[in-house]
Design a protein around this ligand. Structure first.
Ligand code: AKG
Length: 271
């Protein structure tokens, strides 16, 4: 799947592209079930909030077939190959739970400063793709972005090890206030299956979720192969060391697998 001329223009100007209904309902149904199983497990790759509720399931594409198919889906891989003009590899893969009632904040930040400081990523030739697993609403802690903030480049960030359970290089209030005064804040919302692609220097964050509605989002971080990390300090399940180019799967691979698994689940429910 290639980005259109308008999508490329929007990405350049605004720093993000939102594609509602990118993944069909059959695929979403399977991913929702598999995510529930993953979050019920006790594994070192599953990071918890200070409250003990699950925050992030890292690297589940390495042990779950449905998420492995997401991580190589042509809807996600081809646009980034197009944007970077070369092959891409998976720098990180995760599901952020933002659990009902307990999901904690993600402070205002850009992704590249963390990838650079903690993993030794040379340039902002990597980016996050968010795939909505639940409906993302204005009330359940949607991801908020500051349009055009990617044009400011990598901003001075501070290592925040205290606000949440997950250390992050974050922005100060003055910087965020200035950028928001210029460009406002946008929170793309919508049904499960929507996809948001955003620049590595896009300023973004999300508030806590005190509603009864969970807000699970999958994040696939793809980097240009020429931009492989040089000095990782975080565990392999957070910053991958395998720089093999991702082989883009046929657009039907996930849906075919989902249909078969959904049929098995429906049959099992009848027994
Ligand atoms: O899931 C969220 O609300 C934010 C996640 C995020 O900003 C990140 O992973 O960099």
């Amino acid at each position: 799947m290639k980005l259109s001329g308008q999508q490329l223009k929007d990405f350049d100007e605004l720093g993000y592209i939102f594609m509602p209904d990118c993944f069909p309902p059959e695929a979403v149904a399977l991913l929702q079930r598999e995510a529930a199983v993953i979050f019920s497990e006790q594994r070192e790759e599953i990071w918890r909030e200070k409250s003990g509720a699950p925050r992030t399931a890292f690297a589940c594409h390495q042990y779950n077939k449905a998420f492995a198919l997401v991580a190589s889906d042509s809807r996600l891989i081809e646009p980034l190959q197009q944007l970077f003009g070369e092959q891409v590899y998976i720098h990180q893969f995760k599901i952020n739970a933002k659990a009902a009632f307990t999901g904690d904040v993600w402070q205002w930040h850009q992704d590249f400063p963390t990838w650079h400081a903690d993993d030794g990523m040379p340039d902002a030739r990597a980016m996050n793709i968010a795939i909505f697993l639940d409906e993302v609403m204005p009330i359940n802690g949607p991801l908020m972005v500051v349009p055009r903030s990617h044009k400011s480049g990598a901003l001075k960030s501070n290592h925040d090890k205290g606000t949440t359970s997950y250390p992050l290089w974050t922005l100060d209030n003055e910087t965020v206030t200035r950028l928001v005064a210029e460009n406002g804040i946008v929170a793309p919302t919508g049904k499960p299956g929507g996809v948001l692609m955003f620049h590595a220097n896009m300023v973004h964050g999300s508030s806590g979720n005190i509603t009864p509605y969970p807000r699970r989002i999958v994040y696939l971080t793809l980097s240009a192969v020429s931009n492989a990390i040089k000095n990782p300090t975080r565990p392999e399940f957070i910053a991958h060391r395998d720089f093999t180019p991702v082989r883009s799967e046929n657009i039907d691979a996930l849906v075919d697998y989902a249909r078969a698994q959904n049929a098995l689940a429906a049959a099992a429910a009848l027994v």
